[in-house]
Ligand binder design. Structure first.
Ligand code: HEM
Length: 358
């Protein structure tokens, strides 16, 4: 059910969109109202998650240190794996976000006849990279639907994506990439026993949902055509707050309804790693603990009792025991008993005098 459940759920969502825009013709609901609500839910949810993470306390410096830290001048520092400056952190972060560097070093442990063998596991890295880059480029390409005139960089990106000019309409490499990437990530979870054991519904659902979105888009582009001028009128209308849902093909509404579900689901799911990675203290901190004193902001003022004070209080006993003393101590002369008594008697008088004068 962990695997079949998400497939049924995504089919049901597609079914709802088909029913709503096929037999029921609820174009404004599926083309305008739901997309606006979903986008608002996405933005608000995303901001809430980021603010919550931003507010959580990070009292300690906990960067992952996977190489030689900055030390004496003749010891070579590993600036990317153990960054001590902001530039190092930016470098490490950029390689992580753009090329999944830590995943590249992913290793797999296998039980062999001789014992345990640790080997490199690059497939996950490769397909994860193909999937994420394809998704990013597809989303960027989609901006052509929301912008008029279409900026040159989008046209250039489209040209690059379809550079092999296979088929008509030209097949985008990213369409092949996203399908290959999602398929690999899904099959890996199903086939590898250890991964299958730890995989939950929430691991399969986003993959199936993304696959559904990509599939509907691909069907739209390469198989059943949609009226692109009506689509552009709707998408531009959405941006300008004058939407007209004149598109009538249910496949288009299936595509955007699944996108809306993704938008609502995104902030509350594991997909938030897209935003969370930037707030990960093990990655976004410089390891400069030996150069800079980091004071825990939670530290409260502690009442101190110094050794000097301690010795001052006990030096006589320490001296009597023959313990070494660090400070010089002079025994205070006790005032003579008579003078004390006189002062005690005089005090109330003085006080009275003052009172009476006052
Ligand atoms: C997570 C967001 C989205 C993903 C992953 C996605 C994915 C795809 C994919 C893979 C295609 C196949 C062709 C291509 O690569 O261009 C496609 C086509 C299409 N998508 Fe999306 N899409 C998304 C959002 C949207 C949105 C928000 C709209 C409009 C409101 C939209 C409208 C379309 C249209 C009209 C096509 C057909 C394009 C053509 O025939 O050239 N998509 N989409």
């Amino acid at each position: 059910m962990r695997i079949v459940g998400p497939i049924i759920a995504v089919c049901a969502l597609a079914g709802i969109a088909w029913l709503g825009t096929g037999p029921l013709s609820l174009y404004t609901l599926f083309g305008v109202i739901i997309p606006y609500c979903a986008f608002a839910a996405f933005v608000v949810g995303f901001i809430i998650r980021i603010l919550n993470w931003g507010r959580s306390a990070v009292p300690f410096r906990i960067p992952t240190t996977a190489g030689q830290e900055k030390s004496l001048p003749w010891i070579k520092q590993n600036k990317l794996d153990n960054p001590s400056s902001k530039a190092g952190v930016v470098g490490r972060m950029a390689l992580e976000v753009l090329f999944f560097r830590s995943l590249f070093r992913n290793a797999s442990t296998e039980k062999t006849e001789d014992g345990i063998a640790i080997g490199s596991a690059k497939w996950l890295w490769l397909f994860a990279l193909i999937f994420h880059w394809s998704m990013l480029i597809i989303v960027l390409r989609h901006f052509r639907l929301f912008l008029d005139p279409i900026p040159a960089w989008i046209t250039a990106l489209e040209g690059l994506d379809g550079m092999f000019q296979i088929g008509l309409p030209v097949i985008y490499l990213t369409d092949l990439g996203i399908v290959a990437g999602i398929t690999f990530l899904f099959i890996r979870r199903v086939v590898v026993p250890r991964i299958r054991y730890i995989s939950q519904t929430i691991d399969y659902f986003p993959l199936v949902l993304l696959f559904g979105i990509a599939l509907a888009g691909i069907i739209m582009r390469y198989f059943t055509k949609v009226d692109m001028s009506a689509v552009k009128e709707l998408t531009l209308g959405l941006v300008r707050f004058t939407p007209q849902a004149t598109v009538t093909e249910p496949i288009f509404y299936i595509h955007i309804f699944l996108v809306c579900c993704l938008l609502v689901y995104f902030p509350w799911s594991k997909l938030m790693h897209a935003g969370g990675i930037f707030l990960s203290p093990t990655r976004n901190m410089a390891n400069n603990s030996r150069a800079v004193r980091h004071v825990n902001p939670w530290n409260y003022e502690v009442k101190k009792h110094t050794y000097e004070e301690y010795e001052n209080e006990n030096w006589e006993k320490m001296q009597a025991l023959g313990l070494p003393l660090d400070y010089e101590h002079v025994k205070e002369e006790e005032p003579p008993a008579e003078a004390e008594a006189g002062a005690a008697e005089g005090a109330p008088e003085a006080a009275n005098t003052e009172d009476s004068e006052g």
